[in-house]
Design a protein around this ligand. Structure first.
Ligand code: UDP
Length: 566
């Protein structure tokens, strides 16, 4: 049984030393320890001694290994990306606090040691049983495991979870399909279950949302923030000088109203991109950045970096986040940064999570090229009063709750999971036990109780079947009904009865490999089922198809979990 542990001493020892990245993570773990401990107490009460199995977990942080080139560590103190380290520090803490048996590796040597691969026989397949129930790694680590575990990786891959900042869509993950249909990238095609990829924000329901945490405030801190807010103080988002390039015009408008602060890294001279009227503090330790954000009223992004942790920290400290809308949206099809990433996701602003999940009054997203709109937004911000806000899913308790639920319920290994074997779905095709009944809301169908003998997580009771509009993805279709697409439930709706339940008259039913299926094509009254279970995908749309979508409800502030998911 796993027992919550709030002492972080052993975790700090395990993280090791010798790299700036590891020191950064350890500082963060220490700083947030009390917050994690009280969250653990609250979750423990909430779960009321619910039995939790203790898992043997290996965390192999591939991007920090020398063998992957480790480009991040040398930049920790120089304005390089820190989001990944924030997230890994929080993942390690969550797993430790949940009381699992944790091993941490940041080099190939340690990886071999933990996996029991004999020294000097690095590419020799691991022959015995895998000594772990779960392995958390990243794309670099996955590649290293492939090289050094050889064939046995295939055998053990259901135990792997890939921490993948921006997400991987099923069409890119499926090797054969990606190759045939132009979805092949440098990263994808591992043929994992798409929910084995875990993202930094809930970008797409096809992947699992791992997340990270931001600092929480106590009552005294809240009061002192209220007292000390400076209405005309702005902090610019961007610790690297290049992020300020070409932004003089916006800075000049902003400077008409506000005192501007920056935390841009510099060595000896002030970077030329940062105008003289900006008060630049240089790169700050996380704790000091928090203090600066507590005084500031506005945190302003100029378009880069995308989707980082800092805006959540700013909003949690009572700032309003002002950011540019991207029209057209940025994606791997039109933007260098996303090119080659295994997703077609359209990024509608610098921080779509802030835009869509938080929104006004904490987040204002405008077209920066429209000076009037930009100007008006700044004036509005100076007079708007906001409370510090942190979505539950980014609190320690929220992250512990979510990671706990994944660890205890997600199962990609047992033969019944995540899908029934093909032959049992064939049995269903020829006559399932009349699975659908109509709810009072006739556009939404629900699974009848006679199907509850199938075990599933999220539970079948959460399933709501919907048809998308032509040209609409299941992500959007579920969203517009106030629900979220749940790929783990696709297997239950990939049957011909689902079409009749939605009043689609099928001239013919066929089964094909296509990430948009199951779907209905009005042109030929054709009903198409999904042939390859790894291709079930919430993302993706085509003007030709109305897609069948498995939607579910979600908890307020915890989109990863349905109401009956705990
Ligand atoms: N950060 C910091 N000092 C600074 C500016 C930022 O420690 O002067 C931290 C910040 O607290 C955040 C992390 O850097 O947790 C990552 O921030 P960002 O959103 O910029 O994402 P990145 O691009 O670094 O992944």
């Amino acid at each position: 049984q796993a027992v919550f542990q709030s002492d972080i001493g052993t975790l700090l020892e395990q993280v090791g030393t010798g790299k700036e990245s590891l020191s950064f993570m350890k500082r963060r773990i220490r700083r947030l320890a009390a917050q994690w401990a009280s969250a653990a107490r609250r979750l423990n009460d909430k779960l009321r001694n619910h039995w939790r199995e203790q898992k043997r977990i290996l965390v192999h942080v591939g991007f920090l290994t020398e063998e992957s080139g480790d480009v991040f560590s040398p930049k920790v103190l120089k304005g390089g990306p820190l989001g990944e380290m924030v997230q890994w520090a929080d993942i390690l803490t969550a797993l430790h606090v949940l009381g699992h048996n944790l091993k941490i590796s940041v080099s190939l040597k340690e990886l071999h040691g933990f996996l029991g691969v004999p020294p000097g026989r690095g590419s020799c397949p691991l022959t015995g049983p895998l000594p772990f129930d779960l392995i958390y790694t990243d794309y670099h680590g996955l590649q290293q495991m492939k090289q050094h575990m050889g064939l046995s990786l295939r055998k053990h891959k259901c135990h792997i979870r890939v921490i993948d900042t921006f997400g991987t869509e099923p069409a890119y993950n499926h090797e054969e399909y990606a190759t045939l249909h132009g979805y092949r990238t440098n990263w994808g095609y591992w043929n994992l279950h798409s929910q084995q990829y875990m993202t930094m924000f809930p970008h797409t329901p096809d992947n699992s949302f791992m997340g990270f945490v931001a600092e929480e405030l106590n009552e005294t801190e809240r009061l002192s923030i209220q007292k000390n807010k400076v209405n005309n103080m702005a902090v610019v988002y961007g610790k690297e000088a290049s992020m300020w390039k070409g932004k003089e015009k916006f800075l000049a408008i902003l400077h008409r109203y506000m005192e501007i602060h920056g935390t841009v890294y510099y060595e000896t001279q002030r970077p030329p991109e940062v105008p003289a009227f900006v008060k630049n503090h240089g790169l700050l330790p996380q704790q000091e950045l928090q203090q600066l954000l507590r005084k500031a009223k506005l945190f302003i992004g100029f378009g880069f970096p995308y989707e980082g942790p800092a805006p959540l920290e700013a909003i949690a400290n009572g700032c309003i986040f002002l950011q540019p809308k991207f029209n057209p949206p940025h994606s791997s099809l039109n933007h260098e940064f996303f090119r080659g990433k295994p997703t077609s996701r359209k990024v509608s602003s610098q921080h779509p999570y802030a835009e869509q999940y938080i929104g006004r009054p904490h987040v204002i997203t405008v077209d920066f090229n429209n000076s009037e709109e930009f100007d008006a937004a700044i004036r509005e911000i100076m007079t708007t009063k906001v409370e510090p806000f942190l979505p539950y899913e980014y609190t320690c308790e929220g992250m512990l709750e979510r990671v706990h639920a994944y660890i205890q319920n997600q199962d990609f290994c047992s033969p019944e999971a995540p899908f029934p074997p093909m032959n049992s779905s064939r049995v269903w095709l020829s006559g399932p036990p009349s699975p659908f009944t109509l709810l009072s809301n006739s556009s939404i169908l629900t699974w009848a109780s006679n199907a509850t003998s199938y075990t599933s997580w999220p539970p079948l009771s959460a399933l709501r079947l919907l048809a998308s509009l032509e040209g609409q993805s299941c992500v959007k279709a579920c969203q517009s009904a106030g629900l979220i697409c749940e790929p783990a439930l696709y297997r239950f709706i990939n049957i011909k009865e689902a079409f009749s339940a939605l009043d689609f008259q099928c001239e013919g039913v066929e089964s094909e490999m296509n990430h948009l299926f199951p779907a209905f094509s009005a042109e030929h009254s054709e009903c198409s089922l999904q042939q390859d279970l790894l291709l079930f995908s919430c993302a993706g749309s085509s003007a030709k198809y109305q897609r069948l979508c498995p939607c579910r409800d979600y908890r307020n502030g915890q989109v990863a979990l349905c109401r009956d998911c705990l």
